[in-house]
Design a protein around this ligand. Structure first.
Ligand code: SF4
Length: 237
């Protein structure tokens, strides 16, 4: 990889979004966006992964070999998710960075009481996801996520290249226009590692206490924070 060669700006993001939005083939579009990000920002570009599958990491490894992959190790993950992280990092040409929160679960329990995720999930997500991601991304100027428009109503407006005003960074969403059929086809063709929980109904996978399987036809993210007035952890809003 090269060193950073561009300064991130809203104008740079808007110009790139207009250019790549016109590519209709989803794989071609994703690879074009990732290649551009790698060439434009060099080592200052990273993607994130929840380890629900290795789709974005697979594409990023093709476009930007050695790309940095940020994984938020909240301390509440399913064992299958940790296994998927290790699987992906061992078979793809990527560099996984597991980011830990400032406090262990035990330390958080001591400070805020046990099961904070039940009483104040926004604070729990802030402490274990949002703040650690902010710290992890401080060393980068552009980042990428696997957010897709068809995942939930809150994500329908996702751009393939956006300006992350909160962090002052370019944010790429190479899978924004992908459908679940596109995802399934790519995973099957390239034998991409998938979290085994997907086989038993976990369409969207987060922390174990806040994730349940969904029924066929149900919104894929309906299993996240079910029963609570919460649909996003704050990483993408
Ligand atoms: S998803 Fe649940 S357990 Fe994980 S950080 Fe958010 S509130 Fe806490």
């Amino acid at each position: 990889m090269t060193t950073a060669i561009a300064t991130p700006t809203p104008e740079l993001a808007a110009e790139a979004d207009a250019r790549f939005e016109g590519i209709t083939d989803p794989v071609e579009q994703a690879l074009a966006v990732l290649t551009w990000a790698g060439e434009t920002f060099g080592d200052s570009f990273a993607i994130t992964s929840s380890m629900a599958d290795g789709l974005l990491a697979h594409l990023a490894g093709r476009a930007v070999p050695g790309v940095n992959v940020v994984f938020l190790e909240t301390g509440y993950h399913f064992a299958e998710t940790i296994g998927t992280r290790d699987w992906i990092s061992s078979v793809l040409p990527i560099t996984v960075h597991s980011i830990m929160p400032a406090r262990t679960v035990a330390e958080q329990d001591a400070e805020h009481g046990p099961r904070l995720y039940e009483r104040d999930p926004d604070l729990c997500c802030s402490l274990r996801k949002v703040q650690p991601l902010a710290a992890a991304l401080a060393g980068y100027t552009a980042w990428g996520s696997g957010v897709r428009r068809d995942e939930s109503p809150s994500r329908t407006g996702t751009k393939v290249v956006d300006w992350d005003a909160k962090r002052g960074m370019v944010k790429v969403n190479p899978l924004a226009a992908w459908t679940s059929d596109d995802v399934d086809a790519y995973i099957a063709e390239h034998q991409v590692p998938v979290n085994p929980l997907a086989e038993i109904g976990y369409a969207s996978i987060g922390c174990e206490p806040c994730t349940r399987p969904v029924a066929p036809g149900e919104d894929p993210r309906a299993g996240r924070w079910a029963g609570k007035n919460k649909v996003e952890c704050g990483l993408h809003t």
